[in-house]
Design a protein around this ligand. Structure first.
Ligand SMILES: N[C@@H](CCC(=O)N[C@@H](CS)C(=O)NCC(=O)O)C(=O)O
Length: 217
């Protein structure tokens, strides 16, 4: 019986990041599907697991639950090559984990979600605002990656996994990734890493605005 339980939504790139690291670590786990548009995160039981009602959540031994995708990546990567032990490199990894959540995710994943589920049209001012921010983010990443294969130091790390989770979906949010050649070669480099999987699903019909029950409606 695996000691890890992943509360998981297959269309979420935050959840995909955790599935990707688990696959690359070769860790077995129990997958607990959470349909966030069928009210699964709105129950009292789910609130006890995660008062913020988001996915992913990682259940570990002794009925403890880890929240926040990147905090889960740090936990799983501890003492592995996916998280450098040297203080400076470790700090740089954390910097990218923060940047992914504050800047990358809203511009790419947030826009993908809203466009694909009919919450925003491409010409809505909020879509345009996110798109402008995304151009800045992707330009910045392309500059950073112009002379390196990975985001931190010389080795593939959870910084790459986290940022990859939300950059590889940028085309689904309407970005033309061929504008950023260094990002494209980095995306290929990530996809060539041992144990790589890609099992992110499109949003199902019940994710459309008004079609289900979630914190978004
Ligand atoms: N900062 C959080 C964001 C989590 C998040 O927004 N998860 C979304 C899916 S990508 C979710 O579960 N939304 C549904 C809900 O909160 O009920 C993390 O990285 O884990």
């Amino acid at each position: 019986m695996p000691d890890l339980r992943l509360y998981d939504y297959t269309a979420s790139a935050n959840c995909y990041k955790v599935r990707l690291l688990l696959a690359q670590l070769g860790r077995s786990y129990e997958r607990i599907p959470v349909d966030i548009f069928d009210g699964d995160t709105l129950t009292d039981e789910y609130r006890r697991i995660n008062p913020f009602r988001s996915t992913p959540v990682l259940g570990i031994a002794d009925d403890r639950y880890l929240l926040e995708s990147n905090a889960i990546l740090v936990y799983l990567a501890d003492s592995t090559p996916f998280l450098p032990s040297a203080a400076v490199e470790r700090s740089e990894v954390v910097r990218w984990l923060i940047y992914e959540q504050t800047d990358v995710m809203p511009a790419t994943g947030g826009l993908r979600f809203r466009l694909q589920t009919g919450r925003l049209s491409p010409d809505h001012p909020d879509a345009a605002r996110r798109k402008n921010a995304g151009h800045e983010v992707l330009g910045f990443l392309d500059d950073h990656l112009a002379d390196r294969d990975v985001l931190v130091g010389t080795g593939y790390s959870i910084a790459d996994i986290a940022v990859y989770g939300y950059v590889h979906v940028a085309d689904e949010a309407g970005y033309e990734l061929d504008r950023w050649p260094a990002i494209q070669s980095w995306l290929r480099h990530v996809a060539e890493q041992p144990g790589y999987i890609h099992d992110l699903q499109p949003y199902p019909p019940n994710a459309r605005a008004g079609a289900g029950r979630s914190i978004y409606d």
